[in-house]
Design a protein around this ligand. Structure first.
Ligand code: ADP
Ligand code: ADP
Length: 241
């Protein structure tokens, strides 16, 4: 079954009415349990695609559905509901600098608590500890973001995105500013999310090595168009260190 379904999606930014659209007639599906890559150069439309999936932008034409919910047609309430089932990590991990790792990761649960999904504080605490262990950062729980390396901050961002157990995880360039070792630690979390939490993962990257390391399939975008949809051949599959 498809978790993500785009049909003939076109998106043009009002600021650039005369330029080619940021996305032009994109049709693709991401199946449940896939690690799916979106690859392309800067300006190809990758982030735009991610924002459409996150319900942060609407397409000009075509349809975007996540878990069979038609994203552009949803009202505010339904959109909030949908977003709760999607974890997002943007390129610049926006952790709150005056809160500890544990407090940062707990935020989505606290927001949900204030709405309609009641979780007890004990349950909250348990889930935060559990997900921190999952990303390998239990020993950093009481640190502040500035005390962490770039890779660790990315993993806190992933923990915060995963703590609500979303069906879909969207990541924008999670490793673009990281070295080889920390890159594989972050990629390992994405693979584990799929393998152990059953999360469907969409990862944006400009790095073919990232796609080869962890993706089942990928979409290659070029100036807003889908140039190629390819499976990662097993022979290309690189094991993580
Ligand atoms: P990528 O993530 O592959 O670098 P983007 O989706 O950010 O690509 O950008 C695709 C095109 O859309 C680019 O030409 C970019 O300048 C334009 N664009 C992206 N975001 C905006 C925005 N918020 N407002 C106007 N134009 C944008
Ligand atoms: P990326 O390549 O990952 O999209 P950018 O640095 O291009 O990163 O974009 C960072 C932010 O700036 C995004 O939120 C995007 O929407 C916005 N942006 C990108 N291009 C433009 C543009 N041409 N006009 C306005 N906003 C833009």
């Amino acid at each position: 079954t498809a978790v993500v379904r785009l049909v003939e999606v076109t998106k043009r930014y009002a600021e650039h009415p005369d330029e080619p659209p940021a996305l032009d007639g994109i049709t693709l599906e991401v199946g449940a349990g896939e690690v799916f890559g979106v690859i392309g150069e800067s300006g190809a439309g990758k982030s735009t695609l991610l924002r459409l999936l996150a319900g942060l932008e609407k397409p000009d034409s075509g349809s975007v559905a996540v878990r069979d919910l038609p994203v552009p047609a949803l009202g505010r309430r339904a959109l909030r509901e949908l977003r709760r089932g999607i974890g997002v990590v943007f390129q610049s991990v926006d952790l709150l600098s005056n809160r500890t790792v544990r407090q940062n990761v707990a935020l989505p649960l606290q927001l949900a608590r204030r709405r309609d999904a009641p979780t007890s504080r004990a349950e909250e605490r348990h889930r935060v500890d559990e997900i921190l262990e999952f990303v390998g950062l239990s020993h950093r729980a009481d640190h502040f973001p500035a005390q962490l390396s770039g890779g660790e901050q990315q993993r806190v961002g992933l923990a915060r995105a995963l703590v609500t157990r979303p069906a879909l995880l969207l990541c924008d360039e999670p490793t673009s500013s990281l070295d080889t070792t920390t890159t594989s630690e972050v990629l390992r979390v994405l693979v584990n999310a799929r393998d152990r939490l059953g999360t469907t993962v969409v990862v944006i990257t400009h790095d073919l090595d990232v796609v080869k390391a962890i993706c089942d399939r990928a979409a290659f975008l070029e100036r807003g168009t889908l140039r190629e949809l390819f499976e990662v051949a097993k022979s290309d599959y690189r094991s993580l260190p």
